[in-house]
Ligand binder design. Structure first.
Ligand code: NAP
Length: 286
């Protein structure tokens, strides 16, 4: 029951109305019997700083930060964890003893979670796309000790930024997409991560349903694990294609749940969070 003592957690971004975080977080909060509620607030650019600062002063236990503010929030934090610093993105805040925001990134642990059951040491990974999710994936694959991480994109600028932000990590190659090179890297990969939005439900029927088009996927081998970060639809056309080729496939739902569980655990000082409850709430909702 919500009472005058109930405190809250919030997602701040713009837009937020597509977010599934309230569904899974409130399911876990209810299961754990916590006196908390999780809400999503859209926030305009001009109001962002004032909003984050004001939330320190009322009964707010923690925040998730989403697009387009994951980088902008750096200036509003007192302390930032090394992993968030490395990928230049904060997605979770909590208050410290001085009532200042501390920031971390739970997307990396969320990304790694479904890969923990595989031995990827010294294997070759290929990441498609070079946006925010790709950065979490790169750091995740570094932590899993892959020997080679190829990041393929159509966006030269964001590839350059990745090259410079991860300049100390020799395993990373940034690659501008061409049909020939992408096809070769797909044929050679032990793990492929799709971090482009290609294949999401709202894509129109005329768009490609496989990232970078059908042709490059002909080189895909059955030994390759395909990890699509998209969680709706389940499975995506890419995962269906992989299943037909005999590949092991992973969809984005586990990452979504795992990063949410990490955030809730961070806000509650390490409480064990019921991931199955969160996952079931999402499955029933999607
Ligand atoms: P983002 O920052 O916008 O990055 C998207 C990347 O995909 C960019 O490199 C973009 O290139 C590229 N791209 C877009 N359309 C493309 C196309 N038609 N062909 C080739 N490349 C294309 O987005 P994000 O935050 O990284 O999210 C990416 C995807 O991951 C989304 O589907 C999102 O839902 C999913 N995701 C899932 C989770 C989870 O928990 N499962 C978490 C985060 C993200 P340009 O810069 O050239 O447009």
């Amino acid at each position: 029951m919500i009472t005058s003592k109930t405190s809250f957690l919030a997602l701040i971004g713009n837009p937020v109305n597509h977010s599934l975080s309230p569904i899974m977080q409130n399911a876990a909060i209810k299961y754990l019997g916590l006196d908390l509620v999780y809400l999503a607030f859209p926030c305009k650019d001009k109001d962002f700083t004032a909003t984050i600062n004001a939330l320190k002063k009322i009964n707010c236990r923690g925040l998730n930060i989403t697009i387009p503010y994951k980088e902008r929030v750096f200036n509003l934090c007192n302390k930032i964890t090394p992993n968030a610093n490395k990928i230049k993105a904060i997605n979770t805040l909590r208050l410290d003893v001085n009532n200042e925001w501390n920031g971390t990134n739970t997307d990396i642990a969320g990304f790694i979670y479904p890969l923990n059951k595989f031995n990827l040491i010294n294997k070759k990974g290929t990441i498609l796309g070079s946006g925010g999710a790709a950065r979490a994936a790169i750091q995740g694959l570094l932590e899993l000790n892959l020997a080679e991480i190829n990041v393929i994109s159509r966006n030269e600028e964001s590839l350059k930024k990745i090259k410079s932000d991860f300049s100390e990590d020799q395993q990373i190659n940034t690659v501008m997409h061409t049909e020939k090179i992408t096809s070769e890297l797909i044929g050679d990969a032990d793990l492929i991560v799709n971090s482009t939005p290609v294949g999401m439900s709202r894509s129109s029927k005329t768009e490609d349903s496989l990232p970078f088009g059908q042709k490059i996927w002909e080189s895909l081998k059955s030994k390759t694990i395909i990890y699509d970060l998209i969680y709706n639809p389940r499975p995506t056309d890419l995962l269906k294609y992989g299943i037909n080729k005999g590949c092991i496939t992973i969809d984005g739902l586990e990452m979504l749940v795992a990063q949410g569980a990490q955030s809730l655990s961070y806000w509650t000082n390490g409480l064990e969070v019921p991931t199955e409850i969160m996952k079931n709430a999402l499955k029933n909702h999607i």
